[in-house]
Design a protein around this ligand. Structure first.
Ligand code: ADP
Length: 151
């Protein structure tokens, strides 16, 4: 049976840090589904969701084992729909850990067939966050080095 994993996030924008997590996940899973979601606490996106999906699809055009979808529901429900047994999340620091720990406990409660797999950030991407990239972009800074596509 294929090992299917979902990598959910806001991806506002999708960064080299996210890209690194997906490339490493391809060594662990048969299929990786990138789920671009509307996070209830981050309702107003900076980058348009359709644009972001188009950009992410472009990055993985030559890798059919990666799919990109938009979703607006519980991640645990999304996983069931796609027969995904795994959720992938990235960890940069203890702040990420505290947040991810509670989410993963809840996801496990909601869907006990779902295992969250955490990948520790690669050191060169440890300080990249979507938040900081949005801020730099907003004020006209060059962020191209931190994104796996042109924007
Ligand atoms: P969310 O809004 O769900 O936190 P994000 O788009 O901010 O979504 O991040 C999605 C996932 O990617 C999270 O698990 C986050 O910790 C992880 N992530 C973000 N940036 C990096 C990075 N530079 N290295 C590794 N993981 C990262």
């Amino acid at each position: 049976m294929d090992k299917i994993a979902i990598f959910p996030g806001s991806f506002d924008p999708y960064t080299m840090g996210h890209h690194d997590i997906v490339l490493r996940s391809l060594d662990l899973f048969d299929q990786v589904i990138i789920g671009v979601g509307y996070n209830s606490t981050k309702k107003n996106r900076y980058f348009d969701i359709d644009l972001m999906v188009e950009k992410i699809e472009g990055v993985y055009r030559a890798i059919p084992r990666v799919k990109v979808i938009v979703y607006n529901e519980l991640t645990s429900t999304l996983a069931k729909k796609h027969d995904a047994g795994f959720l992938i999340r990235g960890l940069r620091n203890t702040t990420d850990f505290e947040y991810e720990n509670t989410i993963s406990q809840m996801n496990r409660y909601l869907n006990d067939d779902l295992e969250t797999v955490f990948l520790i950030t690669s050191p060169q991407y440890a300080s990249i966050s979507s938040t900081i990239i949005r801020e730099v972009h907003r004020y006209g800074g060059n962020v191209s080095e931190f994104l796996p596509y042109d924007i």
